[in-house]
Design a protein around this ligand. Structure first.
Ligand SMILES: [Zn+2]
Length: 265
């Protein structure tokens, strides 16, 4: 369990099968968790200022303002007006894309599968109530999409590094409507040939509860193991601690070195 989300209850939860999209409204400060349930699944993400769909998360403004082409923890996502829209506050994977366009009907026609579901159609559908049509869907941030950049700029799409339960957590820096599609691309490695489900959840930005006193019960709980962080492996864990460690989200095993190794795989 994430430190930030510890003991928080989501105010909105949406389950997204491949080829479908969901839009959620968020107030400034609220948190959006985008999670892959089975792993190796890309989440296409777009967001607009609530009540002003002329402003949206811009991948080009985000690349320019961060002087970086890979969205990662600590980074701000900027709008087409160069205004901060989101902060990436947690990331259990460390490898995403903001270079590729959303898959769309023409892409699938060229692949020989006309009529195939697409992210762009799913995002359009999810944003219909906001008057945002197909032609106004911006280039997305593709969470969990693993794109290798070669020396002369060639791009190679690889299987996502995200495993089941991996997620990113974004804090809204203004009131927005955010939309996420679960990419249905099943031709190639984008989703490891087998698209699966995503889950998105919105959390209120509320202060963390006071630190709980350690329970009298000596059996370890996940929260304690979690607080121990990377030190867990330096002491001999009990069976219970080993179980807690194994079931922990990847972020907690995610040292800088681990992220590098995962990125280079
Ligand atoms: Zn797609």
């Amino acid at each position: 369990m994430s430190d930030l989300l510890h003991e928080k209850t989501p105010i909105r939860t949406r389950h997204i099968p491949p080829g479908q999209g969901q839009a959620v409204e968020m107030k400034t400060g609220q948190l959006l968790q985008i999670q892959t349930l089975q792993g190796k699944q890309v989440a296409d993400f777009v967001a607009f200022t609530l009540g002003d769909s002329g402003e949206f998360v811009s991948t080009s403004a985000t690349r320019s303002s961060n002087v970086n082409i890979i969205p990662q923890k600590g980074m701000t996502l900027y709008s087409n007006r160069r205004q901060p829209m989101f902060e990436i506050v947690e990331d259990t994977v460390g490898r995403h894309d903001m270079l590729f366009a959303a898959c769309d009907p023409v892409r699938y026609e060229k692949l020989g599968v006309p009529g195939h579901a697409s992210c762009r159609a799913a995002l359009t559908e999810s944003l219909g109530a906001y008057g945002i049509d197909f032609d106004r869907i911006p280039d997305p941030v593709n969470w969990f999409m693993n794109v290798s950049i070669q020396q002369r700029g060639e791009l190679e799409v690889r299987e996502p590094l995200a495993e089941a339960g991996d997620y990113v957590l974004l804090r809204a820096l203004k009131d927005v409507v955010a939309a996420v599609s679960s990419c249905p691309q099943d031709h190639g490695p984008t989703n490891a040939e087998h698209p699966t489900d995503l889950r998105i959840r919105v959390y209120r930005d509320e202060p963390l509860p006071a630190e709980a006193e350690p329970a009298a019960d000596p059996s370890p709980v996940e929260g304690e193991a979690l607080a121990a962080g990377t030190e867990v492996s330096s002491t001999k864990p009990t069976a219970g601690e080993r179980t807690a460690f194994a079931s922990r989200p990847a972020r907690l095993r995610d040292t800088a070195e681990a992220t590098g190794m995962r990125g280079e795989r």
